[in-house]
Design a binder for this molecule. Sequence first.
Ligand SMILES: Nc1ncnc2c1ncn2[C@@H]1O[C@H](COP(=O)(O)OP(=O)(O)O)[C@@H](O)[C@H]1O
Ligand SMILES: [Mg+2]
Length: 365
Amino acid sequence: MAHIELKNITKKFGSHTALTGLNLEIADGEFFVLLGETGAGKTTTLRLIAGLEKPNEGQVFIDGVDVADWGAAERDVALVLQQYSLYPRYTVRQNLEFPLKPKIRRLPEAEIKDRVARAARTLRIEHLLDRKTDRLSGGEMQRVSIGRAIVRKPRVFLMDEPLSALDAKLREALRTELKNLQMQLGATFLFVTHDQIEAMSMGDKVGVLNHGRIVQTGTPHEIYNNPRDTYVASFVGSPPMNLIDGRLVNDRAVMAPVNFELPLGAKTFGGGRTSGATDGRPLVFGIRPEDVYLESGAPVEARVHDVENHGVEKILTLRVGDTMLRATVPARTDVAIEQPVRFAWNPDKVVMFDKGSGVSLRHAG
Ligand SMILES: Nc1ncnc2c1ncn2[C@@H]1O[C@H](COP(=O)(O)OP(=O)(O)O)[C@@H](O)[C@H]1O
Ligand SMILES: [Mg+2]
């Protein structure tokens, strides 16, 4: 399989810059997810690796080799798209055989049979082999498109939002299947999506792309617990991290404009004192909804603004003056709208961001 590296890639379309100084490294056998909103530059990144676009600046390396002069066919990567492109009048078997029958490098018949059989078994579409592809469901069609990639035994799988056209239940099932498939093949996967849940649940590593720039790369755990800036903090997690304006006063968080204050723990200061965490500096305090809790003796009073039932838990919106924040609480918590409650947060789970730049103080040099 293969190791992929993108070095300082800039890609422009006319006067529009789609990617700026992009650096990305994907280890051999890794499931890497590129997460970004529509227009962030995800498809462009895949097309650059596949050899369907050329960068204005920077280099693409596959297994340490600069592939600038290699055409798409030579790169030996497979691109799976959201819109599956199958031949409708042909059977599943014919669709799977097709990529193995180019005139120049035709494989022996026995090898083709074997590869098709294996792919069909892996994707559990053996019973569909003789069916025409226009008689398949969405999930089955997407399995066949993935099968068309697998039979080629490419060095890298590039997947462009392959699950986003499917309904929620099927998407969940295929998420698990794709992840299993990747482990089984030991293949390098670059999977792009705008869905943060997909990214967090599937990726060994996640790269967050915003307006053509990589904002942060890390494990899902790192991205979730130690977001580089307020963009990542509010993009990842549902509901997202609470972000509250305030200042640091004697190592306590004092919120503005409503004056309520909460303690901060040693872990928030990163063990020692995070550089730049100085008294009075305008900050944004970030806390995940699951780290906010209700307690009768807790320091701050709020009103229950809204209650959402989610089965095992409830998501409360609390209101302090004009400040709103979310708290995830157990379903048995009995609260009514407008009821006064008291809340606290886990002082070790607070992330401090610079108010001006939005960058986390832990990440600022
Ligand atoms: N061929 C093209 N010509 C002009 N602009 C393009 C072209 N392809 C992509 N873009 C622009 O580049 C940006 C990134 O696009 P894309 O990579 O498709 O984003 P994503 O896949 O994350 O939604 C968008 O603003 C898009 O409009
Ligand atoms: Mg796209």
